[in-house]
Write a protein that binds this ligand. Structure first.
Ligand SMILES: [Zn+2]
Length: 373
């Protein structure tokens, strides 16, 4: 069996795993779950829970809370001489990759006896949480910024969750913590280490689909880092467990004009501006910033900033390829095109682009951008 421990990325504190703990008892930073060693157990079934045997022990439950998340298609397109692998994460049950992490967090919460899931979100994680609460008989209370897309807010209510609108994304996070009562589990995807155990399965699936090899580059949107870190740790674990021989891929993070903490940490100054369309990447102080920067630097990657002028044509192109995604998801494809024009990716590379969220939740924006309505 694979063995894990808690490591604090800030102060180096180490401890055995504990499903009730998410933050460092010494300094309060979000803990990281680190693979110590062991083996890759046989895989069974499909989707996220196919890899249950490889997950940390507290997740070895008999009946995980599942809506069939994961197992998303990996579709190859040859663009500018580059093999581009689109991972269709928007086909998850509630329409985004967040379903992976929420399935894991909800499973943990239920196994620990909690009755309510609480989450703060720009939209997608809130919707996932509402969906998995509905699937498991738990209640849900979701805090969103008031300017979250209407489609996402309506769906949260439709699934029976309580929706609380806050003035901003950071207010939503603060209120969720302040109003947390006993018996309630804060999914807290921006810092909960257990959430990332769901997103690491993206790397496992991609590698398994590629006969246990690894793409040369990953281009992924980065806000709180759950996607980018999950994929990074997933590929690293596969190498450590001896499942793949390839070096871990280069990680290129994508940020939106106006919210560029990772870019600033790596490059200093960042371009000024604002993106209206990339609404799901507005986290000015991600709790895992140090980890995100380390992942990018250790993989010899980089950060690319895109704005609305680049996202619009990317969204349009994706739609014309048949991929109906939300504007935030198109930021990764916009960054790919920019990376190609700047020589960061070149002919012969193989590039993984996760398409993170469905465009059906933001149909009004999609129509506006793609067909000018
Ligand atoms: Zn610490």
């Amino acid at each position: 069996l694979a063995e894990y421990m808690f490591v604090c990325p800030e102060c180096g504190f180490k401890a055995p795993l504990n499903p009730r703990i998410t933050q460092c008892p010494k300094c309060g930073a979000p803990l990281r779950i680190e693979l110590i060693g062991g083996g890759f157990t046989p895989l069974r079934g499909r989707g996220v829970w196919r890899y249950k045997g490889v997950m940390p022990n507290p997740l070895h439950v008999d009946n995980p809370i599942s809506l069939g998340e994961g197992g998303t298609p990996l579709v190859r397109r040859r663009i500018n001489g580059i093999d581009v692998w689109f991972k269709l994460e928007y086909l998850n049950p509630l329409g985004s990759f967040k379903d992976r992490g929420v399935s894991v967090a909800a499973t943990l919460a239920k196994s620990l006896g909690y009755s309510t899931l609480v989450e703060d979100s720009s939209g997608n994680t809130g919707l996932s949480t509402a969906g998995y609460a509905a699937a498991s008989g738990m209640k849900a209370r979701i805090y969103v910024p008031a300017d979250a897309p209407e489609g996402k807010k309506k769906l949260v209510r439709l699934l029976g969750a309580e929706l609380i609108e806050a003035p901003s994304r950071s207010d939503a996070a603060r209120l969720a913590e302040e109003q947390l009562r006993s018996g309630e589990y804060h999914v807290a995807h921006t810092w909960n280490p257990w959430f990332i155990e769901g997103t690491v399965t993206i790397a496992y699936e991609v590698s398994e689909d590629l006969s246990w090899t690894v793409p040369s580059t990953i281009i992924a949107p980065v806000a709180s880092g759950t996607l980018l870190l999950g994929i990074y740790y997933g590929f690293k674990r596969l190498r450590k467990l001896g499942v793949v021989e390839d070096e871990s891929p280069r990680i290129i993070g994508v940020q939106a004009l106006g919210t560029t903490p990772v870019y600033k940490a790596i490059h200093g100054e960042s371009p000024q501006g604002y993106s209206r369309l990339i609404d799901a990447l507005r986290i000015p102080n991600p709790p895992r910033l140090k980890e995100i920067v380390e992942a990018i630097e250790r993989s010899r990657g980089d950060v690319i900033i895109v704005g609305d002028d680049e996202v619009k044509p990317a969204l349009k192109e994706l739609a014309h390829m048949g991929f109906i995604v939300e504007p935030t998801s198109a930021s990764a494809y916009a960054a790919f095109k920019k990376a190609f024009s700047e020589g960061l990716v070149e002919r012969g590379d193989s590039v993984l682009i996760p398409l993170t969220g469905t465009g059906f939740k933001t149909l009004d924006i999609l129509l506006e951008v793609v067909s000018g309505q």
